[in-house]
Design a protein around this ligand. Structure first.
Ligand code: 5GP
Length: 194
């Protein structure tokens, strides 16, 4: 287990884990926080995934896009702080850059799914865990439909997963309801600087 608390000798960065159901807007919240990264002394971790890039996504910015074999090699080589399979695709957080930044005193933000967050909670109990919640499951479905990046079948799968994910929210340090985006961003920013 790695100590993520601030020690007397050196002030480490804070590990902030933002998660919640797909479509809740956590990517948007984290995107806005990223724009304020200097003010928040923040670095946003870039995950690896086996899913195909969406039209507007860029290698190394949104994700490191990997084949199944490349991802498996990374797992076998112990590269990941955590990884999870979400809707038939693998997603993982490369560990080395996270540890290096924390060591340098930089806060690191992970935007990951709930399964991954639960794994990180065990490994890094000193982290700060934020669950972004939709106002309701119906509203979540509307947002997934609205963003238009998933098929109807995929949306139903994500909604079904969201029902389980919502049951995990009490395990987090903070629950932030993303009803009004600006308010949600403000709350997470306050948690980072607290
Ligand atoms: P999407 O395919 O919509 O980009 O992401 C699907 C889900 O995977 C989202 O909930 C997203 O937060 C999560 N995710 C992205 N990167 C990681 C990661 O490194 N680890 C885990 N466990 N989940 C991730």
């Amino acid at each position: 287990m790695i100590d993520t608390a601030n020690t007397a000798s050196k002030k480490r960065g804070k590990l902030i884990v933002v998660s919640g159901p797909s479509g809740v807007g956590k990517g948007t919240v984290c995107g806005i926080l990223k724009k304020n990264k200097d003010k928040l002394n923040l670095s946003v971790s870039v995950s690896a995934t086996t899913r195909a890039p969406r039209d507007d996504e860029k290698e190394g910015i949104n994700y490191f896009f990997k084949t199944e074999d490349e991802f498996r090699d990374m797992v076998d080589n112990g590269c990941f702080l955590e990884w999870a399979t979400y809707n038939d695709h693998n997603y993982g957080t490369p560990e080395k850059p996270v540890l290096e930044k924390l060591e340098k005193g930089i806060n690191v933000l992970l935007e990951i799914d709930v399964q991954g967050a639960l794994k990180v909670m065990e490994k890094y109990p000193g982290g700060v865990y934020v669950f972004i919640s939709p106002p309701s499951i119906e509203e979540l479905r509307n947002r997934l439909v609205g963003r238009g990046s998933e098929s109807a079948e995929e949306i139903e799968k994500r909604v079904k997963l969201a029902e389980w994910e919502m049951l995990q929210r009490d395990k987090y340090d903070y629950i932030v309801v993303n009803d009004v985006l600006e308010e949600a961003v403000k709350k997470v920013a306050q948690i980072i600087t607290a």
